[in-house]
Design a protein around this ligand. Structure first.
Ligand SMILES: [Zn+2]
Length: 69
């Protein structure tokens, strides 16, 4: 799988949710980052897109077989 944020290959220690993964590096960055830092907006955007995708998918399936909600 590739990291949602930095697109690098992720290992076993990655954070996985809703069919996407975030590598440990990005996970740490996200946890420590504040909105003032450069790059934050990009990461928020990546999350927004993922959430929107998941939301639309869930709606299309009528909240059927989702494995993350
Ligand atoms: Zn990453």
């Amino acid at each position: 799988m590739e990291c949602l944020i930095c697109r690098s290959e992720t290992g076993h220690d990655c954070l996985a949710f809703c069919g996407a993964v975030i590598c440990s590096d990005c996970e740490v960055r996200l946890m420590e980052q504040t909105a003032d830092e450069p790059g934050y907006e990009n990461q928020v955007q990546a999350f927004r897109q993922l959430w929107q995708k998941q939301l639309l998918a869930a709606r299309d399936r009528h909240l059927g077989d989702g494995d993350c909600m």
